[in-house]
Design a binder for this molecule. Structure first.
Ligand SMILES: *Cc1c(COP(=O)(O)O)cnc(C)c1O
Length: 354
């Protein structure tokens, strides 16, 4: 029989903090495509691969961490779980909680969640609480709830999340049968860059990988606390998944940057939207705005001549484009190209064939 991908816990059980007694709550996450990007490879004069994390069950990499966090919480007898979210964590938590029979409670910034992400949380049965504040306020409140009430916190401050998310680094090395020279990704709450570093280091220490890559992380200009070296009180960017002013994993991310000899820099919203459109129209990979920050950063670095040629480069694109179609289409002048009568020749003319 063909191999059925079993989800990250079963695929990497010996590298995750689970026991035989842990109930495995999985939706088959992980095992996502690694897609070679021809145009990016040409621009940087290297070999660029996209790790397409929007192909996870709820459409973002958050599922890798959530399968572990929810499995552990369920094993410990939790009845309810809580998270603060810009959208994707709540979508993921709600799905895994539904599967585990736990009550999901989500705190989101009022009016700041895309319709697609909100639909996910609602459909999976979450108690959605909109807070008159930003993500950072929601996270503070989630911590408070978990401290004082019988509910488990599954934001990435829960170390189980990073454990699950590190499996993406394993998959990249496994799929390429090599370690990238450079790995690039967006940075928001900074859990994911920290998780990748855990994964790459673990594989190198175990001798599965021959080395660790350099890590480049990219924040949005209006939400770039790590780049500025100070929290941003009112973070602003169209890339809502990285609209975070005070990252929970700040110190881990800085350590990952420095230990890998890498960088964390900022890209503008315009660069992000351009990279999003390029990925969709050149690679056939539709990602949400935040997910394109890594590609935007790589392109900006290449334009300054800062990308060494002949490197093996992996870039994580973090979430699916269908989650936020409103932002994607907002930059397109005319969405409807033409409206015609039922007529083949009129269609040909409209398509520029005749
Ligand atoms: C969560 C998320 C990010 C940011 O990841 P962090 O771990 O918070 O740095 C980026 N893109 C998408 C699509 C996300 O859902």
């Amino acid at each position: 029989m063909a191999h059925l991908w079993r989800g990250v816990i079963e695929e990497y059980r010996d590298r995750l903090p689970v026991t035989d007694a842990t109930p495995v709550i999985t939706l088959g996450e992980g095992g996502t495509p690694l897609v070679r990007s021809g145009w990016l490879s040409g621009i940087v004069r290297g070999d660029v691969w996209l790790k397409v994390e929007g192909d996870n069950p709820t459409g973002s990499f958050k599922d890798r961490g959530m399968t572990v966090a929810i499995s552990i919480a369920a094993g410990e007898g939790a009845k309810a779980v809580v998270c603060a979210s810009t959208g994707n964590t709540s979508a993921s938590m709600a799905a895994y909680a539904a599967s585990a029979g736990l009550t999901p409670i989500v705190l989101v910034p009022h009016g700041k969640i895309s319709a697609g992400k909100m639909a996910q949380a609602v459909m999976h049965g979450a108690e959605v609480i909109q807070v008159n504040g930003n993500f950072d306020d929601c996270l503070t409140m989630s911590r408070g709830l978990a401290e004082h009430y019988p509910v488990a916190l599954v934001n990435s401050v829960n170390p189980m999340r990073l454990q699950g998310q590190k499996t993406a680094a394993f998959e990249i090395v496994d799929a390429l049968a090599a370690t990238p020279d450079l790995h690039v990704l967006p940075v928001g709450n900074a859990g994911n860059i920290s998780a990748y570093w855990l994964g790459f280091k673990e594989y190198a220490e175990a001798g599965v990988a021959t080395k660790t890559p350099t890590l480049w992380g990219f924040q949005a200009e209006g939400a770039a606390p790590i780049v500025n070296g100070a929290p941003v009180l009112h973070p602003e960017t169209i890339a809502s998944a990285i609209r975070i002013g005070n990252p929970a994993s700040w110190h881990l991310a800085v350590a990952a940057r420095d230990e890998s000899g890498g960088r964390i820099a900022a890209v503008s919203d315009a660069q992000i939207l351009q990279a999003q459109r390029d990925l969709a129209s050149r690679d056939g990979v539709f990602v949400e705005p935040a997910s394109a920050a890594g590609v935007a950063g790589l392109l900006a670095a290449a334009a300054r001549g800062e990308v060494e040629p002949d490197q093996l480069i992996s870039v994580t694109v973090t979430g699916h484009g269908l989650k936020d179609t409103e932002t994607a289409l907002s930059g397109i002048d005319s969405i409807i190209d033409s409206v015609i009568e039922v007529d083949v020749d009129a269609a040909a003319a409209a398509a520029g064939l005749a």
